[in-house]
Design a binder for this molecule. Structure first.
Ligand code: TYC
Length: 102
């Protein structure tokens, strides 16, 4: 056998391909935005069903915050900005933020 024959080629290099981390979109409670409007925004921007949207809204209402969904960073940031903007246009303090998933 030649001196440099590789018996197990896969043992040579460890492919270090890491998936980009996903980012959470987080809904923040406030005292002014109407519940129905929050549900409408969640359905429109995040494609949640009526049931899912109501559960996310009521969880934020009771606990202060709720994770809406996770996306690649740019998608999470765009959706959070668009959803927040929908509230701004109506004069509501509705707020969505993003943070990297641990
Ligand atoms: N707390 C608001 C109210 O009582 C409803 C609300 C829920 C607002 C969730 C924002 O992220 C929110 N009208």
């Amino acid at each position: 056998m030649p001196e440099h024959t590789v018996l197990n080629p896969k043992a040579q290099v460890k492919p270090k391909v890491e998936r980009p981390r996903l980012h959470k979109v987080i809904l923040i409670n406030d005292d002014f935005t109407p519940r129905d409007f929050v549900v409408t925004v969640l359905k429109g921007e995040f494609r949640l069903s009526e049931d899912q949207a109501y559960r996310v809204m009521i969880t934020a209402h009771r606990k202060g915050v709720c994770v809406v969904a996770v996306f690649p960073k740019d998608v999470a940031e765009t959706k959070a900005a668009r959803a927040t903007e929908m509230g701004v246009r109506k004069g509501y303090p509705l707020m969505f933020t993003t943070e990297p998933e641990t």
